[in-house]
Design a protein around this ligand. Structure first.
Ligand SMILES: [Fe+2]
Length: 275
């Protein structure tokens, strides 16, 4: 099963820039690349920060951008989103009984779980008891799961970034739940940090992907300020197989030279100079 993960697209009111970039153009480039290279994907999953300011016009642009894609798209909201404005633009979007944008589906034998960790007016993530109950009900009835969320639940060793991870008081209940069901959770995938970070938490591997807009610099010393730069973006391609998971970062804006080399060439030694 191939899954495409795109994250932190930060769409604005069309015409407004975000961090010096046109987020709409970047998102369109990513989707064009997916259409060209990954039309066999089972899902495109956008892990939050769909918009930058949660404006209706930005969500309307997202609705327009999502037409004519090769597979279903699944949406999560992030700290830059507005749940009510999102639902106004996507009125038929699934949500749980408590109103959170929690949803799940089984694809190719794996329960894909999309967890809403957003709370209004804060950049930190939240995992309240109602979300805990919903997630446990999902985990209880599956044999294989893959968890998608916007926020990083775990500390990443990035002091400034970690200030806006899942709040510490909600981290323990999630850790307890994931530890309980760790044998059936293949991976945790998230966005939020605008950078690729890989590791394990509660015995479960995790990975984040870059933003399609500005990237964050992995500064392990900076205590207060988030540091970003207009470095090259990418999206993730997740190959989920019975035997494991492979994740590729696709640098979809690269337009420079590409060098090709055949694997059958006898090029393990430097060629001798010809007189
Ligand atoms: Fe973001």
């Amino acid at each position: 099963m191939k899954l495409v993960q795109i994250s932190d697209i930060h769409l604005t009111v069309p015409g407004e820039r975000m961090g010096g970039l046109n987020p709409h153009r970047r998102f369109a480039q990513a989707l064009d690349d997916v259409r060209a290279q990954h039309s066999d994907a089972a899902r495109i999953i956008i892990t939050g920060d769909l918009t930058h300011w949660g404006e209706p016009a930005a969500y309307a642009a997202l609705v327009d951008a999502l037409i004519d894609l090769p597979c279903p798209v699944r949406l999560l909201i992030g700290n830059h989103d507005d749940r009510a404005a999102f639902l106004a633009a996507f009125p038929d979007h699934p949500k749980d009984a408590a109103g959170f944008i929690n949803h799940a589906e089984t694809v190719d034998g794996t329960r894909l779980i999309y967890l809403d960790t957003t709370e209004p007016c804060t950049h930190e993530g939240h995992f309240c008891s109602r979300r805990r109950d919903w997630l446990e009900a999902e985990l209880l009835h599956c044999t294989h799961a893959r968890l998608f969320m916007h926020h990083n639940a775990m500390s990443l060793g990035l002091p400034a970034e970690d200030k806006i991870a899942l709040v510490p008081e909600d981290r323990a209940p999630l850790a307890e739940l994931l530890t309980k069901y760790r044998d059936r959770i293949d991976y945790i995938h998230f966005g939020h940090v605008h950078a690729p970070v890989h590791g394990t938490w509660c015995g479960i591997p995790f990975a984040s992907v870059r933003s399609t807009g500005n990237q964050s610099l992995p500064n392990l010393n900076e205590q207060e300020l988030l540091q970003g730069a207009p470095m090259a973006p990418s999206y993730g391609v997740i190959l989920a197989q019975d035997t494991g998971t492979t994740i590729h970062e696709i640098p979809f804006t690269w337009d420079g030279p590409i060098f090709s080399a055949g694997t059958e060439w006898n090029d393990w030694a430097k060629p001798l100079a010809v007189e």
